[in-house]
Design a protein around this ligand. Structure first.
Ligand code: FAD
Length: 468
């Protein structure tokens, strides 16, 4: 429990309206979009600028209280739950777009800016911020940086780290540093690269300079329908092998197609075993490349291949894809979201193994794939009120991670490790490799107060006092 003295000092820093302590209020910050559970946070602060963030961090450190940065809480790995309670530092009120600098192709934003709001501000200028997570209506740029978020269009353009030019960071001791900026290629160690994707464990990001890019001149889309999931995987592999780099290459399996239809998005044929969406963008040669993709899909037995989409039709296609996670609740409100990556050439084989995993554990797996990246989201649906089925769902989820690791892949493509994936870390990292990461964490955060209990298997969980 936080002492009255500490609470008084917090109130002085962020004001009465910036501090939440009532159980009914802090409870709302105790969970995120994963199934992970922690302790209830003892306080939530909502600062509106960098200095109060630094002051809260200094205070937390003085009193030995853990603190957890949070954006919109849409992460899918338990990154913002609070295993040791403490203070949640919610950046949602730092939501200003500070500058859009077209000559330098960048924008400077506060961390609480919602991804879609930035896109909407850039679109009239003919620009976009390329990372487009399906959660873009809610997730913040700070959270995108925290998780190194991806999205359907990251195949061609890269994930968040490829679009971050500079960061202002409050370190776990309260010091404020600036990394990178508008000038490209900063010398020295790539600390910015280290911070992006560090899931709030190395510091709190308070300002971000992002790269902005011209909207594509022209776009072509293709929807191919398959009677077997594996065939969609072969087509995807061969499109890339033919030297074509689509902006997006997404697969959805039967269960997800049905869920999207039940959710009211009738974008795909309801009886298909899989659909493959290909989006090509650029200036020249689009029709030729589109035709090559059509031929590859046909070669792999596509039952139907449609092209020539209007802007509205394409938007409907993507609206269905973006809504797929949420529509999954139509199958079952209880589901485990998975996020693995495999080398692309292993995709067809892995898709077959996933189907076997579902059968072996008697759970329904509905899969969405950023297939061009080999990034799989096999979501496991189960009866939430049946502890035995829940246990089978967890075992199937772990087996999915093992399959990805065995295929030479990894256990997270974009959703991070948080608390949920920690048991899978030894599947892909040796003790020596984990040791290097622990040493890095220790340099930044020797007291282990900055988002503790995340990412790394803890050797000696820190003891926490009852009153501070
Ligand atoms: C329906 C749905 C669809 C999704 N689709 C995608 C997708 O296509 N691609 C994808 O990559 N993800 C996706 N996600 C996951 C999630 O939306 C992303 O990880 C997103 O980037 C999280 O942003 P957030 O603002 O919600 O961050 P939060 O969930 O609040 O935080 C995420 C992590 O970043 C840390 N963090 C947050 N803000 C800061 C900060 N200012 N400084 C330091 N650390 C910080 C937190 O401590 C936490 O570890 C999806 C989630 C949902 C629910």
């Amino acid at each position: 429990m936080l002492s009255a003295k500490l609470l008084k000092q917090l109130r002085k820093i962020v004001g009465k309206e910036g501090l939440l302590t009532a159980p009914s209020e802090v409870m709302l910050y105790s969970y995120d979009s994963s199934l992970a559970k922690g302790k209830m946070p003892e306080a939530v602060v909502l600062p509106t600028s960098t200095e109060p963030v630094a002051a809260v961090v200094k205070l937390a450190r003085k009193y030995g209280v853990p603190f957890t940065p949070r954006g919109a809480g849409t992460n899918l790995s338990g990154g913002t739950v609070t295993p040791y309670g403490g203070i949640v530092i919610c950046l949602a009120r730092m939501d200003k777009i500070l500058e859009i600098d077209v000559p330098n192709s960048c924008a400077v934003v506060e961390p609480g800016v919602v991804n879609l709001e930035l896109q909407q501000a850039l679109e009239p200028l003919g620009y976009e911020f390329r990372p487009d997570p399906a959660s873009q209506k809610a997730s913040t740029i700070g959270g995108n940086v925290g998780e190194n978020a991806g999205g359907p269009h990251c195949l061609k353009y890269g994930v968040t780290t490829n679009h971050v030019l500079g960061l202002e960071v409050v370190l776990p001791d309260g010091e404020i540093i600036t990394l990178g900026g508008k000038a490209v290629d900063p010398p020295g160690y790539d600390l910015m690269g280290l911070l992006v994707g560090s899931e709030g464990t190395l510091g709190i990001i308070t300002k971000i300079t992002v790269r902005i890019s011209r909207l594509p001149q022209d776009v072509r889309s293709l929807l191919a329908v398959f009677d077997e999931l594996e065939k969609a995987g072969w087509a995807c592999r061969d499109i890339i092998a033919a030297g074509i780099l689509p902006a997006a290459l997404e697969i959805m399996d039967r269960l997800m197609i049905q869920a999207v239809a039940q959710g009211g998005y009738a974008a795909y044929p309801g009886d298909a075993a899989a659909v493959l969406i290909v989006e090509l963008d650029g200036a020249e040669g689009l029709d030729r490349r589109l035709e090559e993709c059509v031929q590859i899909c046909r070669k792999h037995g596509a039952q139907e291949v449609s092209t020539g989409w209007t802007v509205e039709e394409r938007e409907r296609l993507w609206a269905g894809r973006r809504a797929a996670f949420g529509a999954g609740a139509k199958i079952s409100p209880a589901f485990l979201v998975n996020d693995g990556v495999v080398p692309r050439d292993k995709l067809p084989e892995v898709l077959r193994q996933l189907e076997e995993t579902g059968r072996r554990w008697g759970v329904r797996i509905g899969s969405l794939f950023h297939a061009g990246d080999g990034n799989l989201h096999p979501n496991i649906y189960y009866a939430g009120d049946d502890p035995e089925e829940r246990e089978r769902a967890h075992r199937a989820a772990y087996e999915v991670l093992e399959i990805c690791a065995r295929a030479g892949g990894t256990i997270s493509g974009e959703h991070g490790i948080g608390t949920e994936k920690i048991p899978g870390m030894p599947l892909i990292f040796s003790e020596a490799e984990l040791g290097v990461m622990r040493r890095i964490k220790h340099i930044f955060d020797p007291d282990e107060l900055c988002n503790p209990g995340k990412v790394l298997p803890e050797k000696n969980p820190p003891a926490r006092e009852n009153e501070r």
